[in-house]
Design a protein around this ligand. Structure first.
Ligand SMILES: Cc1cc2nc3c(=O)[nH]c(=O)nc-3n(C[C@H](O)[C@H](O)[C@H](O)COP(=O)(O)OP(=O)(O)OC[C@H]3O[C@@H](n4cnc5c(N)ncnc54)[C@H](O)[C@@H]3O)c2cc1C
Length: 451
């Protein structure tokens, strides 16, 4: 058999499809949108980015920079397209989300054996399949997955940030700059709304007392022993109002930190800053960085318009909170992304508990290659734990099942380095060098399994 079913045309599913197609396997990719949508997607596009348009830092000494480097070595289609559709955003890789999606569909469509089927899958297919239906897997399929794995699905809450029309920003107050732009020789890619201490304090008071949308936590098939009775948020992407509740100054150490920025009106560092990042190639839309929220829509408009420069802001999209479903990967999956229950079923993307765009592209890449190897009776790949991809797969499959929580790429997942009592830069350099060497050595060893 030389055919693979992929459920879900998101980041993981599209990368998996490319890896299978380029190895000569036919792919039937089932995507339910636009006929049936999720609560976070807006378009019917493949590989839609649901919130931020940033894939993370490009800097080689950051976890996302390392992951990009690994994806590049492994010929990731989605990383290549990200670079081709990048918008200016300092040292991050951010894309024009619509052009990105269209290019993904265009590139996959170049393969004659690629079949895109707009249809909601409700039960697990009985031929070789990659399940990449994402954190917002449709309820019927989520139920089928729970039955398949023999466990209740787990869940947590994740939020999206608002997007603003650039021409509604007041540039007599807001200014363009990147952090430490002069020192790092960077261009002024972000729009910054500076705040005095009084403005910030008033903003925080309004933020933490504003009306929120109540979370539903007793949803059928989702509540488990750990989750029952309390709401759970992903620590790496907390709603801004939850961050603000943790202390009056919490945001000035988080998304509103003023470090590296100088207000040109005063030539002083502001007390706090709200940063906006370009969201489309034409530069007409800007994303509020770190402002993911669960406030009601009228309250978002009221509170965010208190930010200096945003008094008349017009929003093309407001923030929202969503329930993310994931499986108990430590009991369900091998680090190859293959299920322990049925060898011809693979999982990829956020449904496995890997968080973040890049991590999800990586798991799709691995599932795609391994599903092909399975079809060919060839050995499956397990990346070394010293690499970022290997570490992510190991984390989701070897963590304690009782405390399993989604995770983003980070250096803490990598095995300890020899000399860890050194400065951050030296430490991360060691991690990156070890990872790079391990990946190169591994790729040489498994050359045949990669073809
Ligand atoms: C609200 C929210 C905000 C997020 N914000 C960020 C962020 O800013 N930055 C970041 O790095 N990560 C973010 N994430 C996390 C994660 O990186 C993204 O969700 C990412 O898109 C996951 O990739 P995926 O391929 O697993 O799922 P998706 O990209 O969601 O793709 C899954 C696809 O499967 C389809 N599908 C679902 N059920 C079925 C079915 N039954 N039949 C057919 N098709 C189906 C869906 O329509 C979707 O297109 C966010 C997640 C959520 C939910």
């Amino acid at each position: 058999m030389n055919e693979l079913i992929i459920v879900g045309g998101g980041l993981a599913g599209c990368e998996a499809a490319y890896q299978a197609l380029k190895r000569g396997v036919s792919v039937k990719l089932y995507e339910m949108r636009p006929l049936t949508s999720t609560s976070a997607h807006i378009t019917g596009n493949l590989a839609e980015l649901v919130c931020s348009n940033s894939l993370g830092s490009l800097l080689p000494d950051r976890a996302s920079g390392l992951l990009m480097h690994e994806l590049e070595k492994l010929d990731s289609l989605l990383l290549r397209i990200s670079r081709a559709t990048a918008v200016p955003s300092g040292s991050s890789l951010s894309v024009d989300r619509n052009t990105f999606s269209h290019k993904v569909e265009q590139e996959l469509g170049k393969f004659p054996n690629f079949h895109l089927i707009r249809y909601e899958i409700k039960t697990l297919p009985d031929s070789p399949t990659i399940l990449a239906s994402g954190p917002l897997t449709s309820p019927s399929l989520a139920e089928a997955v729970a039955k398949f794995t023999g466990q209740n699905n787990l869940f947590f809450y994740d939020a999206v940030a608002p997007i603003i029309f650039r021409d509604s920003i007041d540039f007599s107050i807001a200014f363009s700059a990147s952090r430490f732009a002069a020192e790092k020789g960077q261009t002024a890619d972000y729009i910054n709304c500076p705040m005095s201490r009084d403005e910030f304090d008033a903003f925080v008071s309004a933020l933490v007392t504003a009306d929120r949308i109540p979370l539903k936590i007793d949803e059928k098939n989702i509540v488990d022993g750990v989750n029952a009775g309390k709401s759970k948020f992903f620590e790496g992407c907390l709603p801004i109002e939850i961050m603000a509740e943790r202390g009056q100054k919490a945001l000035t150490f988080g998304p509103m930190r003023p470090i590296g920025l100088m207000d040109p009106r005063t030539n002083q560092r502001p007390y706090a800053v709200a940063q906006l990042r370009q969201d489309d190639l034409s530069g007409s839309l800007y994303n509020m960085v770190g402002f993911q929220t669960n406030l009601t829509y009228p309250e978002q408009k009221r509170v965010f318009r208190m930010i200096p420069g945003l008094k008349h802001a017009e929003f093309i999209r407001l923030g929202q909170m969503h329930r993310n479903t994931f499986i108990a990967s430590p009991t369900v999956l091998f680090p190859t992304m293959q299920s322990k229950i049925r060898p011809d079923v693979f999982f990829a993307g956020q449904i496995t508990g890997i968080e973040g765009y890049l991590g999800n592209i990586s798991s799709g890449l691995l599932a795609g290659i391994n599903a092909v190897n399975f079809l060919r009776n060839s050995d499956l790949l397990v990346f070394p734990p010293t690499t970022m991809i290997g570490a992510l797969c190991r984390y989701i499959t070897e963590s304690s099942p009782d405390h399993f929580q989604p995770i983003k790429a980070n250096f803490g997942l990598l095995p300890e380095i020899k000399n860890r009592y050194v400065g951050r830069l030296e430490r991360t350099t060691q991690y990156v060098e070890n990872a790079s060497l391990a990946m190169d050595t591994y790729l040489q060893e498994v050359g045949d399994q990669l073809r």
